[in-house]
Design a binder for this molecule. Sequence first.
Ligand code: FAD
Length: 278
Amino acid sequence: MKLSEIYSTDKTVISYEVFPPKSEPKNLLKEIRILAKHKPAFVSLTYGAGGNENKSFSLLKNIKDTGINIMPHFTCITSCMESVDNGINKLIEIGAENILALRGDIPENTELQCHDFKHANELVKFIKEKTNMSIGVAGYPEGHIESPDLKTDIEYLKKKVDAGADAIFTQLFFENSFFYDFINRVRDAGITIPVIAGIMPVISQNQVKKMTSMANISIPDKLKKGLEKYKENDLVEFGIEFAAEQCENLLKNGVKGLHFYTLNKAYSTDKILNKIKI
Ligand code: FAD
């Protein structure tokens, strides 16, 4: 089922993000099967810069075989047009109806092979012209890290939407007010497609440090205090409570979709979904 159809319902849609594991995929597939009981509309699989593409394609097939729809991520900044074309053809062969079209991060200290795609809007246009896939794009409630300000970032987001995107998936956020402000700005810019909230359960101090060093993500006081107070399992349980409260508030405010950054583990996302009422 395509994103355009998935988000046409009045009910909040659940989906999960996973990444290609370093080890055999069977453990990840076990975690996905646990989370299947919450009836996700799809599982999205990240696309690693320099990752093993063939491994990703076979994992996507494995996920599809569990009976769950897929949304492969696809980045373009390090690729030439021919390899983008081949990659997309392979995704279509696998049966992917949806794709998350991304620029990707510009690799440091590496000369780019090609300059065929400079920004995600160019990839969206390419996919739209070539395929019938439904296209998701990334959005940044606190602004993309390279962007001078949120207003400029949303002007570029509009280019992705005008090129043919069907839904916006946000970077994770811990403070819902940024998401609500983002929605208002996006709607003021004339963007009408669904905006899906990215939710990441906190599981460790290192995870939060890593995320906040790579992107504009604010840590509210309550989370700061929890990170100081709790360690290991207690922090995981605190992270579940925190994310469940965040989701309850989003649901109360009519969020179209909750996209969980599962970190390849069912435990936290499963408990959050058991706590909230969709
Ligand atoms: P763009 O939309 O191209 O934006 C990048 C920057 O350029 C922004 O600052 C924007 O304001 C600006 N910009 C946009 N268009 C233009 C234009 N036409 N002219 C000038 N400036 C412009 N990374 C991965 O490597 N693999 C993944 O699987 C992955 N999954 C992700 C999933 C989600 C939901 C999100 C939010 C991010 C994900 N990322 C992933 C990270 C993403 O690749 C980075 O944030 C990257 O730096 C930007 O990608 P983008 O598609 O948002 O780029």
